[in-house]
Design a protein around this ligand. Structure first.
Ligand code: GTP
Ligand code: MG
Length: 289
């Protein structure tokens, strides 16, 4: 299926939010519509003011242009190093482990050798959950007992990945509220340990955001990006959200590119973020009365 069609499926609810009943093309309509898709107040007002003053026939093309600009460039995950080190971070339940698993399955399917490190030692069942994904991906799992130092697990993971000549090391971490200082310190330590061992920052630090959280996800993103060398954003659960515009709001707020979008719970439900395809899917079928 084409990327555009996959986004279209994932954005059903957000499109409904955009297509409010009174599609009269006024600035107020556009403000309401963009706000309800959770684009954020500032962006919604700015774009509505620009688009709403144009003739009805020019509006959709102008809106598309504005949204593509806002989406910025996509970001392909950098797997050139061997092993390439990919760290998943984000608040509780945002989709870190599932995304790590989906990526491992994708890379395993491409013939890459993958090692997964269960640096979520906080939740007892976390490494079991990661193990299910590792098995599906044909990846090797590195885990320690519950309560172990996540930095030590990441370190072990890197040693194992090197020993095995692996192509990719994926490090899953425990969810944490961005407001909890000691936990954020711990996450910084995981990145620090890897940086020291690698002699460079991890190749990717992917910040996983729950797409159903809308503007709350934006606040989280800002805090994580202040503390960690985040290279890309992953926005999950778009299939369950009417707030798909938050993808663009988060990108704008932190200036980090969007790498991937989650659109379901199955292995294949992960889409590379392609800005044009995403915006076209968002606006598909939208008309101005
Ligand atoms: N509908 C939908 N559900 C998703 C998506 N991604 C993840 N989920 C579900 O969200 C829930 C949480 O996902 P996890 O991957 O466990 O999240 P996590 O960030 O690892 O959670 P913690 O380890 O507790 O911080 C699970 O039930 C997933 O199946 C998605 O794109 N769409
Ligand atoms: Mg997890």
């Amino acid at each position: 299926m084409a990327t555009w069609e996959r986004f279209k499926g994932a954005l059903v609810r957000t499109r409904q939010a955009l297509a409010l009943s009174r599609r009269d093309g006024t600035v107020t309509y556009w403000e309401d519509a963009l706000l309800s898709a959770d684009l954020g107040f500032e962006q919604a007002s700015t774009i509505a003011a620009r688009v709403g003053r144009l003739s009805a026939t020019a509006q959709l093309a102008a809106l598309r242009h504005e949204l593509v600009q806002l989406a910025g460039a996509g970001h392909a995950i950098d797997l050139t190093a061997r092993p390439a080190v990919v760290v998943m971070v984000g608040v509780n339940g945002s989709g870190k482990t599932s995304t790590a698993g989906k990526l491992a399955c994708r890379w395993g399917g491409e013939g890459r050798r993958v090692v997964m490190a269960a640096a979520d030692t906080f939740r007892a069942a976390a490494s079991d959950q990661l193990n299910v994904w590792a098995q599906a991906a044909g990846a090797e799992l590195v885990a320690q007992k519950s309560g172990a130092d996540p930095g030590a697990v990441a370190f072990d993971g890197l040693q194992r990945a090197r020993a095995r000549g692996a192509d990719v090391l994926v490090v899953d971490t425990a969810g944490r509220l961005h407001t909890r200082q000691p936990l954020m310190d711990e996450l910084e330590k995981v990145v620090r340990v890897l940086t020291r061992e690698l002699g460079r920052a991890p190749d990717e630090v992917l910040l996983v955001l729950d797409g159903t959280m809308g503007q709350n996800a934006v606040a989280q993103a800002q805090e994580f990006c202040l503390r960690l060398p985040v290279t890309g954003l992953v926005v999950t659960k778009l299939d369950a959200s009417a707030r798909g515009g938050a993808v663009l709001a988060a990108r704008h707020a932190v200036g980090r590119p969007v790498s991937l979008v989650g659109c379901g719970e199955q292995i294949e439900d992960l889409i590379d973020f392609v800005p044009d395809a995403y915006v076209d899917a968002l606006l598909a079928g939208l008309t101005i009365a």
